[in-house]
Design a protein around this ligand. Structure first.
Ligand code: DC
Length: 210
């Protein structure tokens, strides 16, 4: 049983996916962390971010059991990750590892940008989670401020839009909803309401596949 969750940056996919995995007792993989871990390994080793062969070699060595969200969530790592995520050889390497993960029993939740379209096109439940760029930027801003940091809303908003352009505009596996994905716009929804809606989609998918 595979649940595929896609959507743009800061749409709330991570929180939602973790909650779903907990609810159903499934394994969860945030596939963005695999791109981030590859980027971090390149940065740490002082290797270039624009050499596809080097980046692929590093991508093949990424250990999915050692992905540390706290370390990998840094802004600079996200920027570097979005640069190497355009490289087809890097994507192939990471997609191989993600597909192997998706087969774990009793089931998995994978979240990212291309899960329903490329990584697991046969997943019985696909959800495309989105929210307006303004709402996503505001959520990220609140997150930083509530954690005691200082943030600039206008800069975050520009960053969200730039990420969207990069994710949706790349030629290999651009971000888009799979044709058979449920659309979940969380702009006007609480986390709880988004979770309950997602659960209704999943339960419908599970009973169809039972
Ligand atoms: O969701 P995130 O910010 O952790 O993702 C980091 C980068 O990796 C982002 O630029 C999009 C890219 N990514 C991707 O291309 N495909 C995925 N399945 C997941 C993330």
């Amino acid at each position: 049983m595979i649940i595929a969750i896609d959507g743009p940056a800061a749409a709330g996919k991570g929180t939602l996916s973790r909650r779903i995995a907990e609810e159903y007792g499934f394994h969860h993989l945030d596939t963005g962390l695999t791109y981030r871990a590859t980027a971090k390994a390149l940065l740490d080793a002082g290797l270039p971010l624009d050499d596809e062969t080097v980046a692929e070699t590093i991508a093949r060595k990424v250990d999915l059991s050692g992905l540390d969200r706290a370390v990998l969530s840094k802004h600079e790592i996200g920027e570097a990750a979005s640069k190497i995520a355009v490289m087809p050889a890097v994507r192939r390497a990471l997609v191989d590892a993600q597909r192997a993960f998706s087969l774990r029993e009793p089931g998995t939740v994978l979240d990212g940008r291309d899960i329903g379209t490329v990584v697991c096109p046969d997943a019985p439940v696909k959800i495309y989670v989105t929210a307006s760029a303004e709402v996503r930027a505001k959520r990220r801003y609140d997150e930083i401020v509530n954690a005691g940091g200082s943030a600039d809303y206008a800069a975050i908003f520009e960053d969200v839009k730039r990420r969207d352009e990069r994710d949706m505009g790349r030629s290999d596996s651009p971000l888009r909803p799979a044709e058979d994905a449920y659309l979940l716009d969380t702009s006007e929804m609480s986390i709880e309401a988004a979770f309950q809606t997602a659960k209704s989609f999943i339960d419908a998918g599970l009973s169809r596949n039972a």
